[in-house]
Design a protein. Structure first.
Length: 141
């Protein structure tokens, strides 16, 4: 019987029952950033599905996978670079030091200033994403 069926409070950020064991196994002590059930859509295209992970303080994170699997798309969510793409929609919760980065009161330029540039599929793509981030920060001011 689920917590909900038992009338117990249900944490909306908690993973579904089938994913709880993996979430406990993969938990990070003192995470600086948490992503819960993150989905990204570009129009009708569902590009990223139900990603949940913790990033520990001073932890290095490597994401590997084939081209086009959503690595860069997910990383763009962490500094809200998908905000600059017409038709992009991000669902789920991403927190940085306990604060929802998609909160309407979040200063996006300040958020992007805190985030480190990621390593992407190639130096050229990384340069393009860093340049896009700088332009977005300039537009915000």
């Amino acid at each position: 019987m689920t917590d909900e069926e038992q009338g117990l409070p249900v944490d909306p950020a908690a993973p579904p029952p089938g994913e709880r064991d993996a979430a406990a196994r993969d938990s990070v002590h003192d995470p600086v950033m948490k992503a819960r059930r993150v989905n990204v859509h570009y129009g009708d295209k569902h590009a990223v599905r139900n990603v949940s992970l913790d990033i520990g303080r001073n932890q290095v994170l490597a994401m590997i996978g084939p081209s086009g699997c959503g690595k860069s798309t997910f990383l763009r969510c962490l500094n809200r670079m998908n905000d600059t793409i017409a038709g992009a929609r991000v669902d789920g919760t991403i927190t940085l030091d306990g604060q929802d980065i998609y909160d309407p009161t979040q200063d996006v330029a300040q958020l992007r200033g805190r985030e480190a540039a990621g390593e992407f599929e190639g130096a050229g793509q990384r340069s393009v994403l860093v340049a896009q981030q700088r332009r977005a920060n300039l537009r915000a001011h």
